[in-house]
Design a binder for this molecule. Sequence first.
Ligand code: DGL
Length: 351
Amino acid sequence: MKKIILIIAASLTIMGASNVSWARVKPKITILATGGTIAGRAESATQAAYIPGVISIEEIIATVPGIKNLADLEGIQICNISSQNMTQSIWLKLCKTIDSLFTTDSADGVVITHGTDTMEETAYFLSLTVRHDKPIVLTGSMRPSSSLSADGPFNLFNAVALAASSDAKGRGAMIVMNDYILSADDVEKSHTINTDAFSSPNLGPLGYMRDGLPHFFRVSGVRHTTKSEFDIGNLLTLPKVEIVYGYAFSDATAMRAFAENGTKGIVIAGVGHGNYNREYAAEMERGYKSGVRYVRSARIHKGGVDSAAEEFDQRHPVSGLKSPQKARILLMLALTKSNDSNEIQRIFNQY
Ligand code: DGL
């Protein structure tokens, strides 16, 4: 009799377990804080002026009700700066910290809180250099944490919810702002003050967040993370690459000065379809012979630059859909592999 009771009890337990999900262990999400407006404070809830990078990640997390239901959270304060002051040493530290968290299985995903001014650049750099498929999600805010209707708390909630989602793996680094999910390779900040400040002008968002869940329209079409060929593990500094802007009767003084001061690559934010004037062309001819490599991008946000450009000179690769600031990052990494123009163009065609 006793044996029958034990078998029945065991069966009920198994049945009970089969129709309710096991108590899922929550994902482990690490939030790496770097500063920005999301960590900013103003003197009043309606004042536009504020000081970015003054509150800690613990204080930021405390402003988000329910966020701890999404994941087991750990906050690490990497720095607390305005992102116009971002440095390559912080980039390298972020890359190595994320690599270590993923390699040691200390996190199932990473969220980075970041100033919005250069967030798109950090996102792209990490998408090209972190060789893991676990989610990397960046977010920030356009209003300080002290603001009436601050946007940071919901952006952070959405970023953690995305990073905790099993559907977020393998998509490259992403930015979550104003409910949109945007891909690191084509996102840009496209408004100086509005909370709807980020867009992907050529390809549109990857998807959106709703009720704490991601809804994806598409995947990124370029190489990233586990498909990237760039290994910066032993790099202490990145090759110096700068950008020069194109405009009516621009002269080549700045371009020449860059070339004469250790710059290995120069991106031209050209007029129209990546065009530049005779002064630039003459300086590019001179600089190319001295080893500087040039990439043609455009100051225009849509359409990109392809090789069917006017006066195409194949010694100077074209950026495709990469904005000048994204082309600069890719050229930095390309120059760690080669300064051959055809090889650089291959890289721009693939990333
Ligand atoms: N100083 C700007 C930055 O840290 C503030 C912009 C923001 O974070 O929204 O990028």
